[in-house]
Design a protein around this ligand. Structure first.
Ligand code: NAP
Length: 329
């Protein structure tokens, strides 16, 4: 089967398609015939070894110091269950599923994943492209806004990077939790964030976020646009800063947290099955919808990676996976 791989860290052109053996599912695994796989900022960071700040050290230790330990790319996928392992109880052949593969390899014709990993049945309203572009950003937004911030109705949240892979879902999830949402994005994305439900949109190109003159219960910075120092001016007393990019200044701020009236929380979200199931329910209930920036063929993976690296995608960049058996070369 065809799979997307990389042999060295570098720009988008280090990715290539190669033939690898089709996986055979273990007893606890399902084999998914992948129809679509997104390229997210996590995939870009792994491909380029572009780990932010202090995460460069654990990043290289985890993914390979000089070259990638695992050449197989791709984390988000959607597709159809082709085969189930002997002990699998919750999926049957033919189920349409979507999920996150923590061990990579999702940008391929087939993927074997444990039944208990972050995988769920796809809501009927979704197509494969939309579904593949949801898990990374939506699971992250759900974890930070609901589990870390415990966002409550009527609370005020500032979401920076509100049109991106995480932000587009953060806006929808914050609204679903009943919060008042101020969304920061570029000029081209103002209509999108309002359409996703934001109460107010701020253009970071024309407005200095640091001097907004408003205060929030939660500031969720998905881009790395503001420092912990700036976040304190934007937060009410007891408010919480959630930065997704963790560097020395964020770690330093967290060390002094207990002495401050405004808090910071540093975390990396887990990818859990329960989150995928909750996500599917929210989609079914109509409170969450996909946001797809662009769709590429797997053969155009380098262009898809370049688009992600631009940091200006709106929602998700998705690759359609054609199958050799269906005539794809
Ligand atoms: N800690 C964790 O567990 C975790 C989990 C997931 C992701 N992450 C990290 O979270 C980050 C966000 O990922 P993502 O997929 O959402 O990224 P993305 O899709 O590239 O997000 C881009 C967003 O940032 C905005 N933006 C671009 N330049 C900006 C600037 N100079 N100032 C303010 N905003 C700007 C864009 O707005 P316009 O395009 O409208 O200009 C867009 O809204 C990544 O660094 C990723 O590695 C961390």
């Amino acid at each position: 089967m065809r799979a997307l791989v990389f042999d060295r860290y570098g720009g988008p052109d280090v990715v290539r398609i190669t033939d690898v053996e089709r996986p055979t599912p273990e007893a606890n695994e399902i084999l998914v015939r992948v129809h679509a796989s997104a390229v997210n900022t996590g995939d870009w960071r792994i491909r380029a070894a572009a780990f932010p700040g202090i995460l460069a050290i654990p990043g290289r230790l985890m993914f390979g110091i000089f070259r990638p330990r695992n050449p197989r790319l791709g984390s988000e996928y959607s597709g159809v269950v082709e085969e189930v392992g002997a002990s699998v109880a919750s999926f049957v052949e033919g189920d349409r599923v979507f999920g996150m593969s923590v061990s990579g390899g999702a940008s391929a014709e087939y993927l074997a994943v444990p039944e208990e990993s972050a995988v769920a049945n796809m809501p009927g309203s979704l197509d494969f492209e939309g579904a593949a572009g949801m898990p990374f950003g939506a699971i992250c937004a759900l974890f930070f806004l609901d589990e870390c911030a415990r966002l409550q109705p009527e609370q005020r949240v500032l979401i920076i990077g509100a049109s991106g892979g995480v932000g587009a879902f953060a806006v929808q999830i914050a609204k679903a939790l009943g919060a008042h949402v101020t969304a920061v994005a570029g000029s081209d994305s103002q209509n999108l964030v309002l359409d996703l439900g934001a109460d107010e949109a701020v253009d970071y190109r024309t407005t200095d976020i640091a001097t907004l003159g408003q205060q929030f219960d939660v500031v969720f910075d998905t881009f790395g646009a503001i420092s912990p120092r700036t976040s304190r001016d934007l937060l009410v007393e007891g408010g919480l800063f959630l930065p997704l990019n963790i560097g020395l200044r964020e770690i330093g701020a967290a060390l002094f947290d207990r002495f401050r009236k405004r808090k910071i929380r540093l975390a990396v979200n887990p990818d859990r099955k329960e989150d995928m199931i909750r996500l599917a329910r929210m989609i079914q209930d109509g409170v969450l919808r996909p946001v797809v920036d662009s769709v590429y063929a797997l053969e155009d993976a380098a262009r898809a990676h370049a688009r992600v690296e631009s940091r200006h995608k709106k929602g998700a960049v998705v690759m359609r996976i054609a199958h050799a058996a269906d005539g794809a070369k």
